[in-house]
Design a binder for this molecule. Structure first.
Ligand code: ACK
Length: 976
């Protein structure tokens, strides 16, 4: 509205006029309209305009221009354009420059002219034209408008430049930026990160000539502890954290962590919770895992397999692994020590990912405690909180490991002397070594020497020949593996001869001395009255030599049992098979039992050159008859013939002084039946199977020797502290007098009915096959922890039941495979029963493959066995329990039946179901429902057995069951 200060010349040219615009607002315009006159050159100069740093400016003109056609008479001179110029200058002194110094921007024409009509309406039609100029190099400029004879009204001149306006993009601030001079130019502009943010890649954008931001590159990110909100970085509140600029926003503290501060970059763990360095801060705080669960062990000789299930609480981590700590413990104290490096762990001891491990190369007969510890990534941060489950195991007997090296001590043309070291793992006391040798490539014909020493001399060899030697050790657990083959050559004759020659004088001398010595020995021998006795014809009392060809022994060497009865003088038999011990070598410590002929004591034996060891001593009571002495020592004559780890070992006898004694190895746990009763339910199936395996192995040895035991029963098995079972009780008059279980048969013999095969009871046919029957009963005794076979049934009932095809039911929790083996042993046809060697291999197989022992005979089957064994014929249901009991000659039980609620036949049928129920409850260890006393239970069983013997009743039971009238009541029990 004020004075623009523009200059117009000449005077009659451009003229400043006040007007109104289309909205009737007052405006200034510059007008010129000299259309009638020739040679117009009217200039209008603006004042100095600063370009404010822009190098390209835009000029927008708004004007009206009269159409020459609408002007009457002015056509010759009238123009419809005007020119626009500019002149650059740094200051305001450019007004005085000449016209020709102005630079033309453009000729401006109207694209819309107004007509008379328009004028008449007083409506202005505005033209708008925009031109740009650049690049500008000075601080400012003037504009000039040249009219050359048009009718123009210049309404507005707007001068401007373009810029990209300040903006925040990707948390970077880009300032106002004036566009470049060139219309296609993009200006690269760096942004600066907003508060609490940091650069990732430096932020940049491009400002286009049109004032638009284009192509952003790079960005800023809110630093740790801050998050982006509305283009700013906001602090994380307490309880929230942001660990890295790269995380998009603040997160709530993960479980078991907290923060009380603003702008937290991490959260702190709650007490007892930890974070591993490598754990991301977004992960919950975790803790060490709880202990592994349900650890079970499986001992196989000197290997232990452990299996467990993962801990209930993994501490919130996935990196749980297991560590096995191994401790060797003393059996009678709590003292334990680390196992040492000889134990191997498969696959490894630490960082176990799987929930099982196997320890091998443990010591035999040793108590171990294994601690299975669950470990995770934070366990080391809380070492005080070790969580483990311990498993105590006792390793079994195991054969010794092979001998690793052999030294040649002397080689001649006919002999090779060797020595060796005890095996690395003897796994017991080495009883002897077996040395097998043969001429190279002549393996079918070999010699075996047994030696108690770690040296041997093989003589009678061919000169200059190669021999192959292999050695193995034997302990109570049997033979270990043979060593590798050692090839050794005897000296050839030529070499031997030459060395012999050089030694002729020495040999002559030795020969002379040898002849004299031999003479002395022969004379001495003759003078001594040809003592013959215990020592067998061996080259060395500690050595035994046997030759084999094609698998058959060449020398008479197969040991068979010799019945002491075949000796005219029983004393001779004793001294043939038993060593005489001097009474002074024996210390009797205490009485441990009563035998048939006198007390049984424990004590110690100290033989010359050997260390003292515990023994059992059977004594013959004073005042014995000659027959009693003979029978007493008869056992020693039999026992002395046996040499097997599962046969009680005879140390010797005392016959030269009184009391007469039989000294055997000491078996710490006494007789097997008592031991099992005392330790009911304490052993694993594998341990029981191993006991059975030992007994079978001893019996195989006896049967191989042609010895029939006749009184095989758990009470006649002894068990030592390592749970090794040994067959004992080798009475001369067999079974008759000394076994309290023996009863007289109709044939007059005294027989332990429950253990004896039917053919032995009926016709006195005692064979190894009848021993197999007894072995089956022993299996049953072992698996039922010393239960009495056929419980309280009378011998007569037992004979009858067995004769009718009834067999003992499976003991509780007995593997199917073992019960099947028992049933095989109890085949009526003795030829169909397994042989002891088959039993041993069968048990070996089962022990080697413990999973085969996992299927148990289920409780209900074992009960139904009681009843199902029979094929009933005929049916006549009894009306009352009394009637039925009378009919089966069991009338005396009527009152007991009634007292216990068995007043109807239906209730009797329920007996079986109650039994089933009780057994399954016992299996689940619910102590709530067993009968009031064990006796009652036995009675129940007894009755069930009676049911067996009563066919009609069985039928009735079957009928009840089939018709669904017998309702199985899970809760009720007659004795509760
Ligand atoms: O069950 P026990 O303790 O074991 O009771 C009997 C008792 O003597 C009468 O025979 C025990 N007994 C017999 N021989 C031995 C032995 N070699 N070692 C330990 N105890 C034995 C048997």
């Amino acid at each position: 509205m004020g004075d623009l200060g523009w200059i117009a010349y000449p005077k009659n040219g451009w003229e400043e006029i006040g007007e109104v615009d289309e909205n009737f607002a007052p405006i200034h315009t510059y007008q010129v309209c000299n259309v009638m006159e020739q040679n117009q050159n009217n200039w209008l100069l603006t004042s100095w305009i600063s370009n404010e740093g822009a190098s390209r400016i835009f000029i927008e003109l708004k004007f009206t221009l009269r159409d020459c056609n609408s002007l009457p008479g002015g056509l010759g001179t009238c123009k419809e354009t005007f020119n626009m110029y500019y002149f650059e200058s740094d200051d305001e002194d450019g007004r005085n420059i000449r016209e020709n110094q102005y630079i033309k921007i453009d000729t401006i024409a109207a694209d819309e002219s107004f007509t008379e009509l328009d004028l008449g309406d007083r409506v202005m039609k505005l033209n708008t034209e925009v031109r740009d100029v650049g690049p500008l190099t000075k601080k400012g400029f003037y504009l000039a408008f040249q009219d050359v004879g048009a009718c123009i009204a210049l309404v507005s001149v707007r001068v401007y430049y373009k810029k990209c306006p300040s903006v925040i993009r990707n948390l970077a601030l880009f300032p106002d930026t004036i566009t470049g001079a060139d219309s296609s130019q993009l200006l690269e502009v760096s942004g600066s990160c907003v508060n609490h943010s940091v650069t990732d890649e430096p932020p940049k954008m491009h400002c286009s000539a049109e004032g638009e931001w284009l192509v952003p590159i790079g960005k800023c990110m809110c630093k740790a502890g801050y998050e982006e909100k509305n283009n700013t970085c906001q602090v994380c509140r307490p309880g929230f954290f942001k660990a890295s600029p790269h995380s998009p926003s603040c997160s709530k503290c993960p479980p078991h962590s907290y923060t009380l501060e603003e702008a937290s970059t991490s959260c702190l763990c709650e007490e007892h919770y930890f974070r591993r360095e490598s754990d991301p801060p977004t992960m919950a705080c975790t803790r060490p895992p709880s202990a592994p669960r349900n650890a079970i062990s499986n001992v196989n000789e000197t290997s232990v397999f452990l299996e467990w299930i993962p801990p209930a609480d993994t501490g919130g981590r996935k990196d749980v692994s297991y560590y096995i700590a191994c401790k060797k413990c003393h059996s009678h104290s709590d003292l334990c020590e680390a196992c040492g490096s000889h134990v191997r762990y498969l696959p490894q001891q630490t960082s176990l990912k799987n929930t099982s491990v196997m320890m091998v190369d443990l010591l035999a007969h040793t108590n171990y405690t294994f601690e299975i510890e669950a470990v995770n990534g934070v366990s080391d941060q809380n070492p005080g909180a070790r969580q483990y489950v311990s498993v105590n195991v006792t390793t079994n007997q195991a054969a010794p490991s092979p001998i690793s090296s052999v030294k040649k001590s002397k080689i001649t043309k006919n002999s090779i002397s060797l020595s060796w070291q005890e095996p690395d793992r003897p796994n017991g006391i080495i009883l002897e070594y077996e040395i097998k040798y043969f001429e190279k490539d002549q393996e079918t014909s070999y010699t075996i020497i047994k030696s108690k020493e770690t040296t041997v001399t093989a003589d009678g060899l061919k000169p200059g020949s190669a021999y192959i030697f292999q050695i193995r050790a034997r302990t109570a657990a049997g033979y270990g593996g043979f060593s590798r083959r050692f090839e050794i050559e005897t000296i050839p004759v030529s070499v031997a001869a030459s060395s012999d020659q050089s030694q002729i004088p020495i040999i002559t001398l030795s020969l002379t001395v040898g002849v004299i010595l031999l003479a002395v020995v022969v004379i001495g021998f003759l003078l001594s009255g040809r003592r013959c006795g215990y020592s067998k014809a061996k080259q060395d009392p500690e050595e035994e030599k046997m030759h084999f060809h094609n698998g058959h022994i060449k020398l008479p060497g197969v040991k068979t049992y010799i019945d002491p009865h075949t000796y005219e003088d029983p004393n001779q038999a004793v001294h043939e098979f038993a060593k005489e011990i001097e009474a002074s070598c024996i210390t009797i410590e205490r009485v441990i039992g009563a035998g048939e002929f006198g007390e049984v004591c424990s004590g110690r034996l100290k033989l010359q050159g050997k260390r003292e060891f515990p023994v059992a001593i059977k004594t013959l009571k004073v005042g014995y008859t000659e027959k009693q002495r003979r029978d007493f020592l008869g056992e020693a004559s039999i026992m002395g013939q046996f040499d097997h780890p599962n046969i009680i070992h005879l140390e010797g006898v005392v016959t030269k002084s009184k009391p007469v004694m039989i000294v055997t190895e000491y078996m710490e746990n006494g007789s097997l039946d008592t031991f099992l009763k005392k330790n009911d339910g304490q052993f694993t199936v594998i341990q029981l199977a191993e006991m059975l395996r030992g007994i079978a192995s001893g019996m195989k040895y006896l049967s191989d020797m042609g010895y029939v035991h006749r009184d095989l029963a758990a009470r006649n098995i002894l068990i030592n502290s390592n749970l090794v079972c040994k067959v004992s009780d080798f009475g001369l008059s067999r079974v008759l007098e000394d076994d309290p279980e023996a009863a007289y048969t109709t044939r007059g013999g005294k027989i332990p009915i429950r253990w004896t095969a039917p053919e032995a009871i009926a016709f006195g046919k005692f064979t190894s096959a009848s021993d197999v029957w007894s072995y089956g009963i022993v299996m049953w005794e072992v698996m039922s922890y010393g239960e009495r076979p056929y419980w309280e049934m009378t011998n007569q009932d037992v004979i009858k039941a067995v004769e009718e095809g009834y067999r003992l039911p499976s003991p509780m929790d007995c593997p199917v495979a073992l019960y099947q083996l028992m049933l095989d042993c109890w085949q009526k046809d003795r030829n169909s029963r397994p042989k002891f060697d088959e039993i041993v291999s069968m048990l070996d197989k089962l022990i080697r493959n413990p999973s085969s022992l996992k299927t148990l005979v289920n409780a209900s089957n074992s009960v139904s066995n009681l009843l199902v064994e029979h094929s009933p014929v005929g049916s006549s249901a009894y009306r009352s329990v009394g009637e039925w009991l009378e009919a089966i000659k069991m009338g005396r039980y009527t009152e007991i039946f009634m007292k216990n609620g068995y007043s109807s036949m239906d209730a009797v049928a329920q007996v079986t179901l109650d039994l089933k129920h009780w057994i399954s409850a016992a299996k689940k260890k619910e102590s709530a429902s067993p009968p009031a006393t064990m006796k009652h239970w036995l009675l129940l069983l007894h009755w069930a057995l009676l049911l067996l013997l009563c066919r009609p009743c069985f039928l009735r039971w079957n009928h009840c069951r089939d018709s669904g009238r017998v309702q199985q009541d899970e809760e009720a029990h007659p004795f509760m």
